[in-house]
Design a protein around this ligand. Structure first.
Ligand SMILES: [Zn+2]
Length: 258
């Protein structure tokens, strides 16, 4: 049985293709229409209604009437081109609950359900494996890691709030990578703050140059001084360099985020 169509089997009319069609289009077997049900329990986080058939439309308009649900494990599902929508933003829905009826609103060549699955970063992934199965259970831990300027390599990932730290006492660190944090570091050699970086798009630091200050937004963290000890925990950051961890001129050899 389908996890997205009420009392039906899926017939796929358009499959997933990366960067082209990052969704799966389905109808009920034998090209029939059907009510659309919630794939899994969750909270309705986005609803668009009042849209008509609109071939050639783009962006959110192309979805027509749609429902987006956030699930307990952080994944999202999205149901587009609906003729009718039975839920509103903020509703808690259960697996199998009817949320709408298949239609051709937005940019749709005929009546079908356009179904997307998005990961915890809201990035579309291939929904095909989940048409009749549970969403993935992902490791929800956040990790960070430090670059050892003496050994010249990235040290292993450390989980946030694990009571472990990233670093080798005695060896200054030259870079920090972190999941889902915005951060910047102070380059001791150059004597200024390097640009802010976000997530793992980039690391904070100039590898090879010791770090003597760290700022991490929305985190509680502390640093260890080379040849010294741990400095107090820091949890506030602003753009005036208040609330950083470190002492200018003293190399940092470890960081801990909790
Ligand atoms: Zn589609």
């Amino acid at each position: 049985m389908s996890r997205i169509l009420y009392d039906a089997e899926n017939q796929i009319t358009n499959g997933y293709r990366k960067n082209v069609h990052e969704a799966v289009d389905v109808v009920k077997k034998w090209y029939q229409q059907a009510p659309v049900i919630a794939h899994s329990s969750g909270e309705v986080v986005l609803v668009q209604t009042g849209k008509a058939h609109n071939l050639g439309s783009t962006g959110n308009e192309s979805y027509g009437n749609f429902v987006k649900i956030k699930h307990e494990d952080g994944y999202y599902t999205l149901y587009a081109h609906l003729r009718e929508v039975y839920v509103k933003k903020g509703d808690l829905v259960t697996q199998g609950q009817q949320i709408g009826y298949m239609g051709d609103t937005g940019n749709a060549y005929g009546v079908h359900l356009h179904f997307e699955v998005r990961n915890t970063y809201d990035v579309r992934i291939d929904p095909t494996p989940y048409l009749d199965a549970d969403l993935p259970k992902e490791d929800r831990k956040l990790y960070y890691q430090a670059y050892d300027n003496v050994k010249k390599y990235w040290l292993p990932n450390v989980a946030v709030a694990s009571s472990e730290y990233a670093g080798n006492f005695g060896n200054p660190i030259g870079g920090i990578y972190a999941d889902q944090y915005r951060m910047r570091v102070h380059d001791m050699k150059k004597g200024y703050w390097l640009p802010w970086v976000e997530n793992r798009n980039d690391y904070a630091g100039n590898l090879g140059n010791d770090i003597d200050g760290v700022q991490v937004e929305n985190a509680t963290y502390r640093v260890h001084l080379k040849g010294g000890s741990w400095l107090p925990w820091v949890s506030k950051v602003d753009d005036t360099n208040q609330g950083y961890a470190g002492i200018y001129g003293r190399a940092i050899d470890a960081i801990e985020i909790k």
